[in-house]
Design a protein around this ligand. Structure first.
Ligand SMILES: [Mg+2]
Length: 258
């Protein structure tokens, strides 16, 4: 006779226990790319610091970048134009007078410096290996430029693990719009409730996915304090994600050794 026990859980706090033990099937895991798989912020910040010789302008850079990315999401700008204009606006904001050609040159050098610094987080390959071993389909779901993201996945050795890449600019909808999640579900042949989406942005990734009917998982690597809405799971690492997926596959019970 096999004895069964409730699967162990590893809640990060009492208010937000994992909601994975409902016995439903998980067929696919979707992952955001930047700051979920790839340490984008460290690379981008270091490249900017190297270019301007100071490290105190990062929050300004992020704010201006967010403004320009929003204009890509609305369809007002394409990515190459956005990158050039964003960088020109940033240089102007820090008092550097440049013409369009100077800004484009700065942006090329900055982007090259950033790409050379891209690294995977240590928990990425072990997690993807475990997901694969459990037969799950894996998709990357990103709001950033398709050309850049596909090159990044290839250069960092992630392509063999990923069945599909959903790119906002190609789908015509950006996270948290449910359409981008539905397009990924269609591509890997699963229903929304059979998929889980994991990302570092609580609203854009986890809450957006949850509202689309997927399992929404917030990857909070820094341990930031935030109110996590009901139905969204918070994890601190991708090792926790692999644990939870394995519990989900096992259903509500797992065999325990006699
Ligand atoms: Mg991200």
């Amino acid at each position: 006779m096999v004895e069964f026990a409730l699967a162990p859980t590893r809640p990060r706090n009492g208010a937000n226990p994992p909601e994975i033990r409902d016995g439903s099937v998980v067929r696919a895991v979707f992952l955001d790319i930047d700051d979920t798989l790839v340490d984008f912020t460290t690379a981008s910040r270091a490249a900017l610091t190297a270019m301007i010789g100071r490290s105190d302008m990062w929050s300004l850079w992020e704010r201006i970048t967010d403004e320009y990315v929003a204009r890509v999401v609305t369809g007002e700008l394409d990515y190459p134009t956005m990158h050039r204009r964003r960088t020109a606006a940033f240089l102007e904001a820090i008092g550097v007078a440049v013409d369009e050609a100077d800004a484009a040159r700065f942006e090329r050098r900055r982007a090259a410096g950033m790409r050379a610094r891209f690294r995977l987080f240590d928990d990425v390959l072990p997690c993807l290996t475990r997901l694969r071993a459990n037969g799950l389909r894996i998709a990357a779901v990103t709001n950033a430029s398709g050309t850049h993201q596909r090159a990044k996945l290839e250069e960092l050795g992630l392509s063999p693990y990923i069945d599909h890449v959903a790119i906002a600019g190609e789908v015509g909808a950006a996270k948290p719009d449910p359409l981008i999640f539905y397009s990924a579900c269609a591509a890997v042949d699963c229903e929304p409730h059979e998929a889980m989406h994991v990302g570092d942005r609580l609203r854009t990734d986890a809450v957006g996915a949850r509202k689309a009917g997927l399992r929404g998982v917030w990857l909070n690597r820094s341990g930031a304090r935030a109110t996590v809405p009901e139905g969204v799971t918070e994890i601190g690492s991708l090792a926790e994600l692999a644990d939870q997926v394995e519990y989900a596959i096992a259903g509500t019970v797992v065999p325990t050794p006699r």
